[in-house]
Design a binder for this molecule. Structure first.
Ligand code: SAH
Length: 255
């Protein structure tokens, strides 16, 4: 893994392009990494692959760089999962979003459910979080962060050809659907091994879990599959990591 610092830019990346870095990026390179004119950095923008670039000028907080050589081609869009999760308390949401980026989620859709505690989501903060995580994890594209919307609104325009696994923690609850006498949800790996594509999604509920009404509505959607993440109740952010890990192992780019 290269030690050359990696930055996401929105500008086009091509030989001869001269790109002015954002102030915060310029400050970081100059003040923290102490890089100067002639130093190399790596740039990616989610469209043109990754380029080895050179610092052309670095003066008074302004840094100009130019791509010198394409070091990684931009792959075609590969199948990857969408994460739907109920936002949690600040640091837990940050953790969930950062791990979803490292685990290759294509899209992150915060959803509001009856028991979601944190209704307002700071998308600008999440955008910079996923950008840093994508730089660190060596992704060539950023996951899309959608604005938080109610769960069933998000499912209204869900592509029904893409399976959505609903992580159902109430497997042992005698009063809940898919729990008790209905039989607990099947293990996630077993359920998704029948899927044909890694395009699809995982749905993780809030700390308080899903209501009986929400699980009934979910049960009526033919693209939704209830799954169990084992016999213990996981924190939502733990469930995000586990569900995406199982997804990538069974269907995605960990194979
Ligand atoms: N209702 C739980 C808390 C929910 S855990 C309680 O009684 O404490 C938060 C979310 O993580 C759940 O909505 C579910 O989506 C997921 N989750 C946690 N443990 C799980 C498990 N063992 N199986 C499936 N999903 C789980």
């Amino acid at each position: 893994m290269s030690t050359i610092h990696r930055l996401h830019v929105s500008a086009e990346l091509a030989l001869g392009a001269e790109i002015e870095l954002e102030t915060a990026q310029a400050h970081y390179l100059q003040r923290v990494l102490r890089l100067d004119v002639g130093a190399s950095i790596r740039l990616f923008n989610g469209r043109d692959g990754e380029w080895l670039a050179e610092i052309l000028t670095a003066h008074r907080g302004r840094v100009l760089v130019t791509p010198r050589e394409l070091s990684r081609h931009q792959p075609d869009h590969h199948a990857a999962p969408t994460l739907l999760f109920a936002p949690l308390k600040k640091t837990r949401t940050d953790f969930a979003v950062e791990k979803a980026t490292e685990l290759g989620a294509r899209r992150i859709q915060p959803i509001i459910t009856k028991r979601t505690q944190t209704k307002q989501i700071r998308n600008d903060r999440l955008e910079s979080l996923v950008r840093e995580a994508a730089e660190q994890t060596e992704r060539l594209e950023l996951p899309t962060i959608e604005p938080g919307i109610p769960l069933f609104q998000a499912l209204e325009n869900w592509n029904p050809d893409e399976p959505l696994v609903f992580c159902d923690e109430a497997g042992d609850d005698q009063n809940a659907l898919w729990g008790g006498e209905h039989g607990r949800a099947l293990p996630m790996a077993e359920v998704i091994s029948q899927f044909s594509s890694a395009n699809g999604g995982v749905l993780i509920g809030p700390e308080g879990g899903f209501t009986l009404d929400e699980r009934t509505q979910l049960k009526n959607l033919n693209f939704v599959y209830a799954v169990s993440l084992g016999p213990r109740i996981l924190r939502a952010e733990t469930a995000v990591v586990c569900a995406l890990t199982i997804w990538q192992t069974e269907l995605g780019d960990w194979r």
